[in-house]
Design a protein around this ligand. Structure first.
Ligand SMILES: [Zn+2]
Length: 303
């Protein structure tokens, strides 16, 4: 993803909404940062995973197998992307239980890693961490009794091949958002929660200003009520990421992202993005934040 603006400043914390704190759900007690970390390790073991590579194919098979073992049906949303390297076959994976007739909340992460030719870029944090956590969330939410369907999107081709632009980035999300809008599926989705780089040992989640305002504010309120204030960053900035195409399709969308990876973000898209920079504690905190956010969304819908 790319930061469009580097506006630093203190976040204006919105007034506390009345209402109960999000209840700790059984999913929250089942969530395991260690387990999410195992999923990160499994991805890194495949090596660099750029779109169209045999390593990403193996990674995709691993993700799909896990999702099926949790009882989801998995759609392979395959398409051919026109990239600066010519046409490349890409695959979004969509895990579902339920057709969304009662409304759906989509949770998303990209699972490709940035192409760095001749280099062993394994992307432990980008995008191993968010992909690993998304799998763990799919596991704990598989038995959910919540009055909404949860859909899990593993998006291909988020990274730019050459230089980030509208046309060279977010291939998977642009394809899926367009398709969902055409097929009338977009309107079933109450909210889309995108995760990116959320395994950083030194976790600080940005207030991302391209996100739907009420949803980003809800992330902030929820984190504070859930005792996760320490993972909120004072940085407020706009990030271009996989949420933008879904916003264009009319879906309220939020990007939960830590774009301060290493000193001055110096580990981002470098060979320093390795397993030792990611921690089970951060994965667990990010996961707890997402589960509390889902609870808050369900509470709001019930009122
Ligand atoms: Zn990246």
């Amino acid at each position: 993803m790319r930061t469009a603006l580097a506006v630093l400043g203190m976040v204006v914390v919105s007034a506390w909404a009345c209402g109960q704190s999000p209840r700790a759900s059984s999913a929250a007690s089942a969530l395991s940062g260690e387990r999410a970390m195992d999923y990160v390790r499994a991805q890194v073991a495949f090596g660099p995973r750029p779109p169209g590579s045999p390593q990403l194919e193996k990674c995709r098979q691993f993700i799909e197998k896990e999702l099926r073992s949790f009882g989801y049906s998995v759609e392979d949303d395959a398409f051919t992307a026109e990239t600066p390297y010519g046409p490349i076959r890409m695959h979004n994976l969509i895990a579902r239980k339920g057709d969304g007739a009662r409304g759906a909340i989509a949770l998303a992460s990209h699972y490709d890693t940035k192409l760095m030719e001749g280099k062993n870029f394994v992307g432990a944090n980008d995008a191993g961490s968010s992909t690993g956590l998304l799998l763990e969330l799919a596991r704990v939410l598989a038995s959910s009794k919540d009055p909404v369907d949860y859909w899990f999107l593993f998006l291909d081709g988020e990274e730019a091949f050459v230089e980030w632009s509208t046309f060279d980035s977010t291939y998977g999300s642009r394809h899926l958002a367009r398709r969902w809008q055409k097929e009338g599926i977009a309107k079933k989705i109450r909210a889309l929660i995108l995760l990116d780089m959320i395994g950083d040992k030194d976790l600080d989640i940005f207030y991302e200003t391209n996100s739907t305002r009420w949803l980003m504010d809800l992330v902030w309120e929820t984190a504070q009520k859930a005792g996760l204030k320490d993972i909120l960053s004072p940085i407020r900035t706009a990030v271009e990421d996989d949420h933008l195409p879904f916003l264009d399709a009319g879906i309220p969308s939020v990007d939960i992202i830590d774009l301060n990876f290493g000193p001055q973000n110096s580990y981002h898209h470098t060979l320093a993005d390795t397993l030792d920079k990611v921690s089970p504690e951060s994965l667990e905190k990010s996961g707890k934040l997402v589960l509390a956010l889902l609870q808050a969304l369900n509470n709001a819908a019930a009122r």
